[in-house]
Design a protein around this ligand. Sequence first.
Ligand code: LP5
Ligand code: MN
Length: 263
Amino acid sequence: MTASDSSQPAATVALFISDLHLQAAHPRTTQAFLDFLQVQTKRVQQLYLLGDLFEYWAGDDDLETPYNLEIAEAIRQVGAAGVAVFWIAGNRDFLVGDGFAQAAGLTMLPDPSVITVAGRRLAIAHGDAQCTDDLAYMAFREQVRQPQWQAQFLALPLAQRKTIIAGIRKESQEGQRQKSMEIMDVNAEAVNALFDATTTDTLIHGHTHRPARHQTSIDGGVRTRYVLPDWEYDVKAQRGGWIAIDAEGVIRRFGHDSQELLD
Ligand code: LP5
Ligand code: MN
């Protein structure tokens, strides 16, 4: 009997999560993440963290905060158990550097990256770079992604960096109230440009907090864009979940309650 004849789904090979926005003030979300690592990563080969794992990252010297060290250590244990862990930075945690990567035992990847899982070639990204209609954000991103600018910021005392980040978060939240949902979503042309540049027809990304599977017909085929959910377990209407690829290359979406989302 071949695997496809079996009534059991094929084994999960790779898992994808993003936008957990982990912070000590959200203990249930933190616990949901730790449970996910314990339960779901058993027997998988790869775990992909696609950005905004942390509420914010002020620099690798913030590993002195016990909470951050606990998260890094939990990820390191997944790697030590034989899972290859990969990281794409989000707009909240792009200041993660080699210090954190080493503490968490993970490999940092560029945004976007092309990977092959179960013989299936696909692109992965955080998703913020495709929000090209959000001109204020694009200008902000352009500035803060410059290495020279980051070096200057990282030279400031940690406490001062955290104060500045708190100010930007406030600006960001206030700014988003003025922005339409369309402006804060990915731009279709930017997504197509990513598909063209990577010569892929499947993309997994986060950032927009609008979990979905979008299919678009193009000449000679279909392009599929999977969007990951953000995680929030410290509220009544909980959110969360992940994407899994099995040994046959089948992609599945799961919700905050670990139930498969059928669409
Ligand atoms: O994060 P999210 O999803 O809420 O919103 C994003 C965009 N906002 C951001 C900002 C981050 O939330 C906060 C940065 C985290 C830490 C980074 C490390 C250190 C950087 C140091 C910089 C000095 O990414 C938001 C998008 C939204 O996604 C949807 O795509 O709209 O974009 C913005 O809000 C950008 C604003 O439009 C422009 C930002 C103005 C910043 C003004 C600086 C004020 C300084 C105050 C200092 C006290
Ligand atoms: Mn984001």
